[in-house]
Design a protein around this ligand. Sequence first.
Ligand SMILES: C/C(=C\CNc1ncnc2c1ncn2[C@@H]1O[C@H](COP(=O)(O)O)[C@@H](O)[C@H]1O)CO
Length: 259
Amino acid sequence: MTDGTNGRRRAEPERHRGAVTLRRESIPSSTADEKLLDSHHRREWKTKDAWRSLRILSEFVEGFDSLADLPPAVSVFGSARSKPESAECEMAADLGAALAEAGYAVITGGGPGVMEAANRGATEAGGMSVGLGIELPFEQGLNDWVDIGIDFRYFFVRKTMFVKYAQAFVVLPGGFGTLDELFEAITLVQTKKVTRFPVILMGSEYWAGLLDWIKKVLLEDGKINEADLELIQVTDDVDEAVQIIVDADAALAETHGQR
Ligand SMILES: C/C(=C\CNc1ncnc2c1ncn2[C@@H]1O[C@H](COP(=O)(O)O)[C@@H](O)[C@H]1O)CO
């Protein structure tokens, strides 16, 4: 496992805005997402937001255009902070490889940690490895194992791509970013905004407390129902995770015809 530099000295920080690369003093202190969402920028809203919507649109166009030809794919989420030698990174690399061997492209956030491990596993197994990066104030660029990479300015555009082009979500241990991606997926399935697809948690020990709380508090308090619990599957076995995805794909093809 590497830190994505392949032993090279990491170049100076840079920021990508569409086709534009910014370095040194040209790197702005804010991000496009912040300018859109933070009321601190309220004075610009009147003059800039209408134009900003075109940039948002162009980001959708770029994503749709670049990803439309992907083979069936699985989005893999997990911590940006996990060390390469951690158990979750090893699991992510094995998962990336197993998904590639089963014919799935692997889509991640293109960052370090679990994302890099999953991309690496897929690439080393000869599969297609996709990274959907996001502009961050402390951006470090896409990891070196990404074959198709897109840098997004807007989180919500990027999130559309994770869902639209994936047959399943696999979620490994992570923090707020990972939880956001997990709960967005479950909500989309629960509200039937997307056809039911597997949302698989890997790292049962890590997720045990959350699952317990979901059962004890959300279920007992009537905030979700028993059937909602079935939206999440848990396994530590890479082959089982892949089999769940393959089976769900086959079931869907039977119901709706071949994709
Ligand atoms: C925090 C660090 C780097 C951040 N770089 C990221 N690059 C790409 N995607 C990211 C990054 N940070 C979060 N994400 C997305 O959220 C999930 C991970 O977030 P978590 O809070 O670490 O669980 C991940 O799946 C990404 O889609 C330091 O190196």
